[in-house]
Ligand binder design. Structure first.
Ligand SMILES: [Zn+2]
Ligand SMILES: [Zn+2]
Ligand SMILES: [Zn+2]
Length: 94
């Protein structure tokens, strides 16, 4: 992830178990398409294909730049500031 300067803000890489869904969507009774997890605080939010885009909104509002996929079998991360993605490095999940 050579173009991202925020890798030092990653605090959480392992997903919670179980994941109930987007926290904000559950609170307002909305729906989501895919789930993302903030790697700064572990908040679960919904992707930009979802109506409310809570993950990117959280990144902007709280200044937490990097989220990872919370979808089964997906382990990539995405920086909302730099708009670059990467695979989670091997071993980072432990
Ligand atoms: Zn970045
Ligand atoms: Zn949501
Ligand atoms: Zn966060």
């Amino acid at each position: 992830m050579p173009d991202c300067t925020h890798l030092d803000q990653i605090r959480v890489t392992s997903l919670p178990e179980p994941i109930d869904g987007c926290e904000e969507c559950l609170a307002i009774g909305s729906r989501w398409v895919h789930l993302r997890m903030c790697t700064s605080c572990g908040k679960i939010g919904c992707c930009d294909s979802s109506p409310n885009r809570h993950a990117s909104r959280h990144a902007r509002d709280d200044g937490h730049p990097i989220a990872r996929s919370a979808e089964p079998g997906e382990d990539w991360i995405w920086c909302y500031v730099d708009e670059v993605g990467s695979a989670v490095e091997a071993g980072a999940e432990a």
